[in-house]
Design a protein around this ligand. Structure first.
Ligand SMILES: Cc1cc2nc3c(=O)[nH]c(=O)nc-3n(C[C@H](O)[C@H](O)[C@H](O)COP(=O)(O)OP(=O)(O)OC[C@H]3O[C@@H](n4cnc5c(N)ncnc54)[C@H](O)[C@@H]3O)c2cc1C
Length: 432
């Protein structure tokens, strides 16, 4: 007798969102198969800075983030893993009145969700982080925010999911969606067919291409962001900090992860010409930190679209184990910004290594979570727009509720896929 490769749910993507979903589903005894084209956390979910922050978010995201924060605080115990969680708070710093004003705009939002955020004077900011040097106009501080190590947290979810029976298959690529009968029937992978009535698209920066294989048009852009890690220094602060020009957090080993202000680069590809108008409000809001790069990536993409190209048959093969190129200028800018803030570390702290990752962004910079009306059984969990590490735990939990209970415990209306077709889009409403 031939045994069918069959599951209740197939999850495509082994980043934090897919692995958290696998964990929460398997914990409730669902038969889960997760396919990952490379290794677990090979893309964004090991490349992130690691901030887990409520403050400054789009108001629609806050209820989810409050709940995610609650999960994060107990996650090491729940997953029985060291994920370097530190509840050090998050501090945003302003050097001009316009940014300081945005901090004050956030306060009523925070209050309405029961989040305790304080707006600080420049002097209070200097009191909070030893050795930091102003002058600053203002600060905004939320003490329940924190940070963790992205790769470790994602691996921990994957391990716990496996322990609950999830079947996690690395180096297995989804290359098509089985849509026989007008609804999802499974996934075609490079290793064979898997039958399932539910498929979760948690494919990060590749989610739009995957959705297109299911006949769905998801507006999505990949934005290349660079991280620099410094050499270790004495313990300075446990606060994750967003200053103009540089953001940083100190790890347990004394090194800092730095993010530079001009770190958003869009490498133009054929995808860039799709639904371009939808991205205009977001582009205009961020144009000071956004760079367009027209070159190699576009040429490669055109070549891959030509008849007879291998990429037509295996559309994701060229994306396996790719190392995106970090932007040296951004790394240099971030270390310069850092030593300006901490002059006493000048000469002591250097860049030890740098890397980049491709952030998956939507036009309104909030994610897409939920089932597509047009294709029953096809669930989106993508477009986290640079916030998905923090969201991972709650996204996974809500996905399990959506699949197993038919409705999630928090309202996902603002994140529906259909909002793009409805034209219900505004410029991003996040403060940071
Ligand atoms: C430099 C950088 C810094 C960031 N900093 C932060 C931060 O401080 N805080 C925060 O909250 N967020 C941050 N983010 C964003 C965060 O990392 C992402 O939002 C989050 O990791 C998204 O998780 P994911 O599981 O949706 O996607 P990913 O981690 O990208 O995982 C998607 C997976 O799907 C796989 N896949 C794709 N297509 C297929 C296919 N066809 N078949 C099989 N597998 C497939 C990919 O290989 C990949 O592993 C940062 C991102 C970057 C790049």
């Amino acid at each position: 007798m031939v045994e069918l490769d069959q599951a209740d749910v197939v999850i495509i993507g082994g980043g934090i969102v897919g692995c958290a979903a696998a964990y929460y589903l398997a914990k409730r005894n669902a038969k889960v198969i997760l396919v990952e084209k490379g290794r677990i956390a090979g893309e964004q979910s090991s490349r992130a800075w690691g901030f887990v922050r409520i403050q400054g978010r789009d108001p629609d995201e806050v209820p989810l983030m409050v709940e995610s924060n609650r999960i994060w605080r107990g996650l090491e115990a729940e997953l029985e893993a060291d994920i370097e969680w530190v509840q050090g708070g998050n501090l945003a710093i302003a050097k001009d009145d316009e940014r300081a004003e945005r901090f004050r705009d956030w306060l009523p939002i925070a209050r309405s969700f029961g989040v305790e955020t304080r707006v600080l004077t420049g002097t209070q900011v200097e009191g909070l982080i030893p050795g930091i040097k102003g002058p600053f106009t203002a600060g905004m501080y939320t003490s329940i925010d924190g940070h963790a190590e992205p790769g470790k947290a994602t691996e921990a979810f994957a391990k716990a999911a496996r322990e609950h029976g999830a079947d996690i298959r690395t180096y297995t690529t989804a290359e098509g969606i089985d849509m026989a009968g007008g609804r999802v029937g499974g996934v075609f992978t490079d290793k064979g067919h898997i039958f399932a009535d539910v498929v979760i698209n948690a494919a990060g920066a590749h989610a739009a291409k995957l959705a297109r294989l299911a006949g769905l048009s998801l507006p999505q852009r990949a934005v290349r962001a660079t991280v620099a890690q410094t050499t270790p220094v004495k313990p300075v602060t446990s606060i994750g900090t967003w200053a103009p020009g540089v953001s940083f957090r100190q790890k347990r080993d004394g090194t800092f992860y730095l993010a530079g202000g001009a770190s958003s680069i869009h490498d133009v590809t054929l995808e860039s010409f799709r639904q371009a108008r939808m991205f205009m409000p977001n582009y205009l809001k961020n144009r000071r930190i956004f760079q367009m790069n027209i070159g190699r990536e576009l040429l490669h993409d055109v070549r891959r679209a030509l008849p007879g190209s291998e990429a037509r048959e295996h559309p994701f093969a060229h994306t396996v184990d790719v190392e995106p190129e970090p932007d040296r200028a951004t790394a240099v800018e971030s270390i310069k910004g850092f030593v300006e803030l901490f002059p006493e570390l000048y000469g002591q702290v250097k860049i030890r290594r740098m890397w980049a990752g491709m952030i998956d962004a939507t036009p309104d910079a909030v994610p897409v979570i939920g089932e597509a009306d047009e294709l029953p059984g096809f669930i989106f969990a993508t477009g986290f727009s640079g916030h998905g590490f923090a969201f991972g735990p709650i996204a996974g939990k809500l996905l399990s509720e959506l699949v197993l209970d038919g409705r999630p415990s928090l309202d996902l209306h603002a994140f529906r896929f259909e909002r793009f077709a409805e034209g219900d889009l505004a410029a991003p409403k996040n403060v940071l």
